[in-house]
Design a protein around this ligand. Structure first.
Ligand code: HEC
Length: 389
């Protein structure tokens, strides 16, 4: 091979590895083995929806690039296994001794029910009536007692009152690994509405750091109250970097990425819908968005005049489907983004609540725009996402 051809081949290979997959194919296997799962590229983008009150943390997230993760899945009649890998220069642990040490963390999210592909829950942990389950793991300092004030030695000693010698040692060793892990299952209908599922059965999680890379494994029931296997099961991934003070909203987020467990027309149609790219005009969409939306929304280099008014859309193209963007424009009340803590930012209220608890967005519906204009705006919004380098 001559040099030019070699270089071209290498460039082509590099760009192939960066092209994110539209879906993940889950292999059917009797025995689920994380080391055999085939991985696909999934892109995650810095979630810019709301600013963080911690200025230091927000500064560390500023100008952050996209993150490429690898994800794969396998399943059998009872369970599903999901593997996520990503590069991280440091193994950051959440510390009990310091409030300033944050752990690298990873979560995967599923709708709790099989919904129409154009009516998926809000990507930021669901929305009213469209709940999600969230499987969350954090890298902790080695011990994480149930009671945060408890001294771990006392905590273990109390539990081991009847054990001595080798038996005690064994018990302590197993307890250490037990308490060392932070992994939990939550259900949510919008960020700040997470409820821990205390009776989650059949869930197993682990995360391991090796040679600058994290490998996280999640095992869950194929079908339970918290998620269902659909023909193409939508999954979203969130990753936090402890070294960047990552926690809560300071994270990378993927869009809904279907896990294909069945062949056939339904899976194909759902995958096409979830990965749809608008064919509208980006240039015209940018013009329309500047005229109609910039009074409230910051969109990349187009800046809103006031902070807290509305979600920052600078990475919205990275973690939203075309169907969601269209719905947000014509029917803002269909999925309302929770917004800021009202006490911290009383002027930044994004919705009102009636006496029955129903939320009405402060965003007007732009349902009077022509369908082609909406397609143009969606095409523009889909370009709003951080690059890789
Ligand atoms: C009067 C202020 C205002 C205007 C004008 C406005 N929006 Fe919004 N928008 C909001 C608020 C507040 C929310 C959050 C509540 C909600 O989800 O509806 C929002 C939410 C959104 C979301 C969901 C964001 C997310 O993080 O998921 C999108 C997308 C969006 N708007 C797009 C637009 C587009 C496109 C336009 C112009 C055609 C526009 N908005 C005009 C106030 C506004």
């Amino acid at each position: 091979m001559n040099k030019t051809v070699k270089l071209l081949t290498l460039t082509a290979m590099a760009s192939i590895s960066l092209a994110a997959a539209d879906f993940i194919t889950a292999a059917k296997a009797d025995k689920l083995d994380a080391s055999k799962v085939k991985l696909e590229s999934v892109m995650l983008y810095p979630q810019t929806t709301i600013g963080n009150n911690d200025k230091e943390a927000t500064a560390k997230m500023k100008g952050l690039k996209a993150l490429e993760a690898k994800a794969g899945a396998a399943f059998n009649d009872k369970e599903m296994l999901v593997v996520i890998k990503w590069k991280d220069a440091t193994d950051s642990k959440q510390s009990q001794k310091s409030t300033k040490a944050f752990g690298d963390s990873v979560a995967i999210q599923f709708p709790t029910a099989c919904l129409e592909a154009d009516k998926l829950p809000y990507i930021g942990m669901g929305s009213e009536g469209r709940t999600v389950s969230v499987l969350l793991q954090k890298n902790t300092e080695g011990v994480y007692p149930a009671n945060e004030n408890a001294d771990i030695t006392a905590h273990q000693a109390r539990q081991n009152l009847n054990l001595f010698g080798e038996e005690l040692k064994k018990k302590e060793a197993s307890q250490k690994t037990l308490v060392a892990k932070y992994n939990k299952v939550f259900v949510a209908e919008g960020f700040r509405s997470m409820t821990e599922v205390k009776d989650a059965k059949g869930y197993e999680m682990s995360m391991n750091y090796k040679s600058g890379e994290w490998t996280a494994v999640f095992k869950k029931p194929l079908n339970d109250d918290y998620s269902k296997a659909c023909d193409a099961t939508p999954m979203a991934i969130a990753i936090w970097d402890g070294a960047k003070d990552g926690r809560n909203g300071n994270k990378w987020l993927s869009s809904w990425t279907p896990i294909k467990t069945k062949d056939g027309a339904k899976a194909k149609a759902d995958i096409a819908k979830i990965s749809e790219k608008s064919k509208g005009s980006v240039a015209n969409g940018k013009k329309l968005a500047t005229d109609n939306c910039a009074a409230c929304h910051t969109m990349g280099d187009i800046k809103a005049p006031m902070a807290y008014m509305a979600p920052e859309l600078s990475n919205i193209g990275g973690y939203s489907t075309a169907a969601y963007l269209k719905e947000s424009i014509v029917a803002p009340n269909a999925a309302v983004v929770p917004g800021y803590n009202k006490n911290a930012h009383p002027s930044g209220t994004w919705y009102s609540v009636d006496d029955k608890g129903a939320r009405t967005s402060t965003m007007p519906a732009f349902d009077y725009l022509k369908p082609t204009e909406i397609d143009d705006i969606v095409a523009f919004l889909q370009t709003l996402k951080a690059g890789v380098k």
